[in-house]
Design a protein around this ligand. Structure first.
Ligand code: ZN
Length: 240
């Protein structure tokens, strides 16, 4: 057993912080104990110091604040390389930058490299869990989950469902989207810390048949997540 003891300021939450200020727990002089990669105790240093094993590695970080990992509730890993591309609105942005970039994720090697880079960037910012869009390609989801699993992270992700109003090269069909999603749920949902999210991109890019097929999957797998987009601007609302 390897134990590491961190003496630092600690901030954690008993429940959703928006519900009550009392849900935030702050220790000005805290102790955070990790054994073999798992947190075994956290609280006031005075109360916990007896729990420090004699052979523990002690780290004094009293001028630092330790917080739980951040959770990002909406992000697209395939867009890593085109962040901040300029466009007058969502629809031209998708057509000019996003869709051509997403095409590259046909290639599982490229997908794997980007997924690894993306996850390492998240970690560098303190984000340890995210709800993530992949591309329409099932190999993009396999690549993402493989990189997440290799770092033992909890991630929630899904292959995009998209069968109209997008380039031919990025289209699935109601049936193939259903089959690929079912296959990915079977392979990844609940494997270690990985979880699946059904991912119809937004109303304009899924036919009613595709949304019906997605609903069938949602009923069959009641503990998978669903992620999508609502209309983002007036041009899009008009179109929808
Ligand atoms: Zn989005």
């Amino acid at each position: 057993m390897t134990q590491t003891a961190y003496r630092a300021q600690l901030l954690t939450f008993r429940d959703a912080p928006a519900l009550s200020d009392d849900n935030a727990v702050y220790e000005t002089d805290g102790l955070f104990l990790v054994e073999d990669g798992r947190v075994v105790a956290a609280g006031a240093y005075a109360a916990l110091r007896a729990a420090i094993a004699p052979a523990a590695i002690a780290r004094d970080l009293r001028d630092k604040l330790i917080v739980p990992g951040f959770i990002d509730s909406h992000i697209h890993y395939p867009q890593t390389e085109m962040i901040a591309s300029p466009a007058p609105g969502l629809l031209p942005w998708l057509n000019t930058y996003t869709f051509p970039t997403e095409r590259k994720f046909e290639d599982p090697v490229y997908a794997r490299e980007t997924a690894g880079f993306f996850i390492d960037e998240l970690l560098a910012c303190g984000t340890t869990t995210a709800l993530v869009y992949c591309t329409v390609h099932k190999q993009s989801a396999d690549a993402f989950f493989s990189e997440s699993e290799s770092r033992n992270l909890r991630m929630i992700a899904g292959k995009v469902l998209m069968d109209r109003n997008c380039p031919e090269y990025l289209r699935d069909t109601a049936q193939s989207g259903y089959d690929d999603s079912a296959e990915l749920i079977a392979r990844w949902h609940g494997r270690g810390c990985q979880e699946y999210a059904l991912t119809p991109r937004f109303a304009p890019t899924s036919t009613e048949a595709q949304l019906e097929a997605c609903a069938v999957l949602a009923r069959q797998h009641q503990n998978v997540y669903i992620q999508s987009h609502v209309a983002e601007n007036t041009d899009e609302i008009k179109w929808v």
